[in-house]
Design a protein around this ligand. Structure first.
Ligand SMILES: Cc1ncc(COP(=O)(O)O)c(C=O)c1O
Length: 442
């Protein structure tokens, strides 16, 4: 006889939820039952407009038939093929499609299952690349304050989030950080990319000089920092990072887990800003969030540096059981086809002015201390309640959910990133709902 407790299927205690206030949630659960296009339906039958594309990932909107069918068909045809020393056609086809839409020069693709794994993969490629070329002294990785690069050890080390240091200790050694670019004193209420702060990129030159360029492998940044509150790069900043890294033989990694696949109104942040990195990290929108998958694109120079030695030997000692999984590959191919057919990778550019007007129209609402926008991303920063940081934004989140709008909050910042199929009427709904909520907020 089992000595296990007999737990009812709807008991909420066993699932320790990720990045969630578990005790608060389990007292008043918020559950989705179905989704279609721009909306979720809750288990109690309410419609909720998805103002965040799930977690910045459902770029084509929910339950798109082409993607659903591709997954169903693939699951019945070839469910799994070993990722190591074996292949299947769709993984190769997908790599070719990705290379076609990424900036020129990024010619090779490694697959992962998440943004966090894409980051680890990129960092490992960078370290191993320098070793392969006989420059093993390049072991340092440079990130940025307030950077978010997922939850694994490499990512939280190069990331710049204080809680990770408080909760998990020393992390990886050999890491340094540039300052973040959030400067409300000079840039509050900027429309699009802020004017001031390109000189912050010079801090990289200082760090490089401090450690000596010969010790530095790579610099990793999000072109637009999403998860820590939508922090934009000042005009000219990313160009400067590119110049400094190129000058010193340091690889530049763009973490485009959020900015990839049309979020800024261009296929990638690299396109939007006209700056091409050596390594481009993606996940989320790659499969429209439906099946876990990430991809890391690298230059031919990086790839070719590994293609030496006896041909029967593995060139790069890395990979996942599910790298290029057939069902994920099928989902990604169908996603890319949906983006292409509907022009979604550039649709954000057409709507970004309307989006900016709607958001900046909230400037006079109570508690608002900054509003930021780019492409189809927005942030509304609220004055924190004295002695209770994050509480004001969290209650805005709860009230928005009750009012039929899904938003995301980080600290006291409301972040918005609707699916790229959003219509003007949805944008109006988002703005009107937020106005009501902010007006009634403590
Ligand atoms: C820039 C960036 N990198 C990495 C990640 C981690 O992705 P995942 O949650 O799929 O591991 C995220 C997730 O939000 C992200 O925004």
């Amino acid at each position: 006889m089992s000595n296990r407790r007999n737990v009812a299927p709807n008991d909420l205690s066993a699932f320790w939820m990720p990045f969630t206030a578990n005790r608060q949630f389990k007292k008043a659960p918020r559950m989705f039952a179905t989704a279609k296009d721009m909306h979720y339906t809750t288990t109690d039958g309410r419609q909720v407009l998805d103002g965040t594309s799930g977690l910045w990932c459902v770029n084509a909107g929910h339950c798109r038939p082409r993607i659903t069918e591709a997954i169903q068909q693939q699951a019945a045809e070839l469910d799994y093929a070993p990722a190591f020393q074996m292949g299947h056609p769709k993984a190769f086809e997908l790599a070719n499609r990705l290379v076609e839409i990424t900036p020129e020069g990024l010619d090779h693709v490694l697959y992962t299952n998440s943004g966090s794994e894409s980051v680890e993969t990129a960092l490992k490629v960078a370290l191993a690349y320098h070793r392969a070329r006989g420059e093993g002294s390049r072991f340092r990785l440079i990130g940025r304050e307030r950077g978010y690069h997922g939850v694994n050890f490499g990512g939280i080390s190069v990331g710049g989030i204080v809680t990770n240091r408080k909760m998990f200790g020393t992390l990886m050694t050999g890491v340094d950080h540039m300052p973040h670019t959030h400067d409300p004193a000079r840039n509050a209420f900027s429309r699009g990319v802020p004017e001031h702060g390109a000189e912050l990129a010079d801090q990289l030159e200082r760090i490089v000089t401090l450690h000596d360029p010969s010790t530095i492998a790579a610099v990793i940044v999000e072109p637009v920092a999403g998860s820590t509150g939508v922090i934009l790069p000042p005009k000219g900043y990313l160009q400067k990072l590119r110049e400094i890294t190129s000058k010193h033989g340091i690889l530049l990694i763009f973490d485009e887990v959020i900015t990839g696949f049309g979020r800024l109104g261009a296929p990638f942040g690299a396109d939007y800003f006209g700056v091409t990195p050596d390594i481009l990290v993606t996940a989320k929108g790659l499969t429209n969030g439906v099946i876990p998958m990430g991809a890391v694109m690298v230059t031919a120079d990086i790839h070719d540096a590994f293609m030496t030695g006896p041909e029967h030997l593995i060139e790069f000692f890395h990979g996942y059981t599910y790298s290029g999984n057939p069902i994920a590959s099928a989902a990604a191919l169908a996603t890319l086809e949906t983006y292409r057919e509907e022009g979604l990778l550039t649709r954000g550019a057409e709507l970004s002015e309307y989006w900016a007007d709607a958001l900046h129209g909230l400037r006079d609402c109570p508690h608002v201390i900054d509003i930021r926008n780019i492409g189809l991303v927005g942030a509304i920063e609220l004055e924190p309640i004295a002695g209770a940081p994050t509480r004001r934004a969290f209650s805005a989140f709860l009230k928005a959910f009750e009012a039929g709008l899904l938003i995301r909050t980080t600290g006291d910042i409301i972040a918005l990133s609707p699916p790229l199929i959003v219509e003007k009427s949805h944008i109006d709904f988002i703005a009107e709902t937020l106005r009501d909520i902010l007006t009634g907020l403590e």
